[in-house]
Design a protein around this ligand. Structure first.
Ligand code: ASP
Length: 593
């Protein structure tokens, strides 16, 4: 028998019992004739004590123990004289009488403790050691809990868990596909799904009514911070539903997992239209943990002789409460430079300080009287001590820049409080987005998204400009400024789907080649349907108040899309290449290591 208890289980009430534990040696310390070993497993840490003078054989064995050795120890539980209140098992220790070394360990390349000395690369190369660390292990345990609770909720709501294939047809959905060569079909390729989108819609045509899957998706994108080439979705679809049904069902799911995994009761989620979100926060995923809303100043700031404002499409600002005296000229200069970095690209930054002593200070004081500036302040409800930060320029760009500034001020002012969750639904997204560079429409959500009922007629016979104003039954779930889920009511009519492909620049032949199977299915009694997908990795990270999704994935890829533990991707054998009909010219000097 390896164990009677785990390493997180023993309490004072077990004192006097003989127990057996198995686990890893976290650390061992010698104290005169005693040796203390912290024994660790997934459940916790228990202190073992060896009397090194009493039993020579046992002492001899104990002396061999090094960090991360795997052992089994038997002995009596006893009360500790110096208790450790920070540890669940901290009242007791085991007086070991029998020790088996189950496996030795090399000295690990970094310390397996909450705070490790291992850098990212090292941790990823030895991910099995990193995963032994409590904070990482807790993330994985948390993820498992959220997955299990999601399944419970969806099963209770009558959803079926159905798998869809990983080897599918390349149908670019916005990102690049990962492709897999087919040995049996020379020259042809499968693609890995960017999402099960078309399959879940076909499951609705097939009468499955409510589908879900916790499923891997693959997107071959340049890896921006915190993106993974393979990631997990809670993917869902329902038939005979309106947007309202979907929002309610998945608000329910979100509330359920927050309650079950975190014991947090979320209030009802507010809703905001896409237009309103952009106007008030410059973002379709506003972080509502703090205010600092945008106020537009065109009516009070233009026509007073300040050319920069007068020529701008939009003059807009935020009010940073209580910051007037916190920012010296030098600080403002630094903040302006931060805004002028190419990543943000603001031309300048105008400030107005309503100082505690009642005076007003502004970088545009030359152009505007105190009464003018006071009128701006009134828009924001600014008080003494507050500071306005104002940008101007072309509308879309300026809003995006001010969004960055708002978030930065939120960070600096410590307004993104841990443990505070602010969910919201952003609804009424535009159906199409005009791309100036490629002179094409892109689907804002994806090509299967339905326009709102009232917009269908305009979509079928409107002109080019009309298309820009079409609204979709598309929605995003946003929590604390992160997009956690997104979905839409789908088109279920062949003619409307064909029209959408046409608007997106597909020829009828291209549409048929790529999506003929779906449009064909629509001809055999497709029910109205819609759905949503949650970014599961991000949901877990946000629930835990963490930034990075990486530590919620057991085996993540690094920034170059590599798994440095197994060293993938890697070269493959010439024979494999041959079999796959990949007639590549192989460089004979290539490194075969
Ligand atoms: N397939 C979509 C996505 O991956 C989600 C949906 O529309 O249900 O974003």
């Amino acid at each position: 028998m390896y164990r009677t208890h785990n390493c997180g289980e023993l309490r004072l009430e077990h004192a006097g019992q003989e127990v057996t534990l198995s686990g890893w040696v976290q650390i061992s310390r010698d104290f005169g004739g005693l040796k203390f070993v912290d024994l660790r497993d997934r459940y916790g840490i228990t202190q073992l004590v060896f009397d090194m003078e009493d039993n020579a054989d046992l002492a001899q064995q104990a002396r061999q123990l090094g960090r991360e050795f795997v052992i089994r120890a038997t002995g009596k539980v006893r009360e500790r004289t110096n208790k450790n209140p920070n540890r669940a098992t901290g009242d007791v220790e085991i007086e070991v009488t029998e020790l088996t070394i189950l496996n030795a360990s090399k000295v690990p390349p970094f310390t397996i403790e909450d705070e490790t000395d291992g850098g990212d690369d090292l941790r990823m190369k030895y991910r099995y050691l990193d995963l032994r660390r409590n904070p990482v292990q807790q993330n994985i345990i948390f993820r498992s809990k959220v997955a299990i609770e999601s399944r419970k909720y969806l099963a209770e709501q009558g959803f079926l868990e159905i798998e869809t294939p990983f080897l599918i047809k390349s149908t670019p959905e916005g990102a690049r596909d990962f492709v897999v060569p087919s040995r049996m079909n020379p020259g042809q390729f499968y693609a890995l799904p960017q999402s099960p989108q078309t399959f879940k819609q076909i499951l609705m045509v097939a009468g499955m009514d409510k589908y879900f899957q916790i499923v891997k998706c693959f997107r071959d994108e340049d890896l921006r911070a915190d993106r993974q080439p393979e990631f997990t979705q809670i993917d869902c679809e329902m038939a005979f539903v309106t947007q309202e049904d979907i929002l309610n069902t998945f608000e329910g799911l979100t509330k359920h997992v927050f309650k079950a995994a975190l014991d947090v009761e979320l209030p009802d989620f507010p809703r905001m239209s896409y237009d309103e979100a952009i106007q008030r926060f410059g973002s379709d995923k506003p972080d509502l943990r703090f205010g600092m809303e945008f106020f537009e100043l065109n009516d009070v700031a233009q026509g007073k002789g300040f050319g920069v404002f007068d020529s701008a499409e939009l003059v807009v600002g935020i009010c940073a409460e209580g910051q007037a005296d916190a920012y010296s000229n030098k600080d403002i200069k630094k903040l302006t430079e931060w805004m002028q970095r190419p990543q943000i690209g603001a031309k300048g930054l105008v400030y107005v300080k309503f100082q505690e002593d009642g005076s007003i200070k502004s970088s545009v004081g030359k152009f505007f009287s105190d009464e003018d500036l006071q009128a701006w302040g009134e828009k924001f409800g600014a008080k003494k001590g507050d500071m306005l930060l104002i940008l101007s320029g072309e509308t879309d760009k300026t809003r995006k820049q001010l969004n960055e500034l708002r978030l930065e001020m939120g960070r600096r002012m410590d307004l993104m409080k841990p443990g505070v969750y602010k969910p919201l639904w952003v609804v009424d997204f535009p159906l199409l987005e005009w791309d100036e560079d490629s002179e094409r429409f892109h689907a804002m959500h994806h090509p299967f998204t339905s326009p709102k009922k009232e917009d269908v007629a305009r979509m079928l016979d409107g002109d080019h400009e009309t298309m820009k104003s079409l609204r979709a039954d598309a929605y995003d779930l946003v929590i604390n400024g992160a997009e956690i889920g997104g979905g839409s009511i789908r088109i279920h009519d062949r003619a409307l789907q064909a029209k959408n492909f046409q608007l997106l620049g597909f020829t009828p032949e291209e549409a048929e080649y790529q999506f003929g199977f779906l449009m064909g299915a629509f001809e055999y009694g497709a029910p109205p349907h819609g759905g949503i997908a949650f970014g599961f990795d991000r949901l877990c990270a946000i629930m835990s108040g963490q930034q990075s999704i990486r530590d919620f994935i057991a085996f993540p890829k690094n920034n170059q899309g590599r798994d440095v533990m197994i060293e993938a991707p890697s070269l493959i054998d010439d024979t494999q290449l041959d079999e796959l009909n990949l007639k590549l010219t192989i460089d004979p000097t290539r490194d075969k290591e």
